[in-house]
Design a protein around this ligand. Structure first.
Ligand code: NDP
Length: 261
């Protein structure tokens, strides 16, 4: 696995907490001495800097980490993202589209328009815009002899497959991610770019508390007696699918904790 990451540059969106943060650590641990470069993006750049420091402390200087402030819901920020990177960081090989959120009281009849817009702008349009920003790099590289030219890993959700009452807008955003990912994979077949999706069930992150409208005791009650997934469980899968042989596309992965129906 480490060899397959040799010299690669990986971009992770929403790397400041939860699954994104854990994915950064997992890539670094998998290839600590292979010239790996990690570009960590999110709005909370101080959190990214802290994570960069922790990665350096854990694996040493063998992995380079660049924290970059980026709000994926702002199209002009995304458009300027690649051009704003130092030249030697622009040869991107893997994009992990992980940034996502749930906002407001999620019942469709009463949900505020601003909350609907921010969920779509982040979870859907942000992911699409990031993909469009990176694709020219993958296309210019062209398929390598062993078949690959770049990886896009989108974090969807069980919510995109099994919508639930009280989550209509969030579920709709994740269904959109799923359709986009599947169609994009087909559109890019000739390029050998791998387009892949991981759909987690319940993962214990900051997100889990937000889902209960900031009510931590409610979140704790839901997790009482069950063992939710941890961010590392999803991070391990992201690294696994990014390190298969270049002609192997793990297109679609649904991950439940064992208690979840
Ligand atoms: P967290 O809330 O811990 O992490 C979400 C990350 O997204 C943060 O790093 C946040 O960073 C970032 N983010 C949010 N909005 C933006 C934005 N506009 N621009 C850039 N970054 C943004 O939650 P998770 O780790 O759980 O969530 C990661 C992904 O996993 C999401 O797409 C979520 O929908 C999905 N998921 C989560 C599940 C769960 O049960 N936890 C289940 C299924 C899927 P910052 O605030 O610094 O910008």
């Amino acid at each position: 696995a480490a060899k397959r990451l040799a010299g690669k540059t990986i971009v992770i969106t929403g790397a400041s907490s939860g699954i994104g943060r854990s994915t950064a650590f997992e890539f670094a641990r998998t290839a600590p001495n292979n010239g790996l470069k990690l570009i960590l993006t999110a709005r909370r750049v101080d959190a990214l800097e802290q994570i960069a420091k922790e990665i350096r402390e854990e694996v040493g200087e063998g992995v380079q980490v660049l924290p970059v402030k980026l709000d994926v819901s702002q199209p002009e920020e995304v458009r300027g993202f690649v051009g704003g990177l130092p030249e030697e960081w622009r040869d991107i090989h893997v994009l992990v589209n992980n940034a996502g959120l749930v906002k407001g009281v999620a019942q469709a009849p009463s949900i505020a328009e601003a909350d609907i817009n921010v969920m779509f702008a982040t979870n859907v349009t942000g992911l699409i815009n990031m993909t469009q920003a990176i694709l020219p790099i993958f296309k210019a590289r062209g398929p390598a002899e062993d078949g690959g030219s770049g990886d896009i890993i989108n974090i969807g959700s069980i919510a995109g497959r099994e919508p639930y009452a009280g989550g209509s807008i969030y579920c709709a955003t994740k269904a959109a991610v799923r359709s986009f990912t599947d169609a994009l994979r087909k559109e890019l077949i000739a390029t050998r770019i791998r387009v892949m999706e991981i759909d987690p069930g319940q993962v214990e992150t900051e997100f889990s508390v937000v889902r209960f409208y900031g009510d931590k005791s409610k979140a704790d009650a839901v997790y009482a007696g069950v063992v939710p997934l941890q961010p590392a469980d999803i991070a391990e899968i992201a690294v696994f699918i990014a390190t298969r042989k270049e002609n192997v596309v793990v297109a679609d992965t649904l991950v439940y904790p064992s208690h979840q129906a």
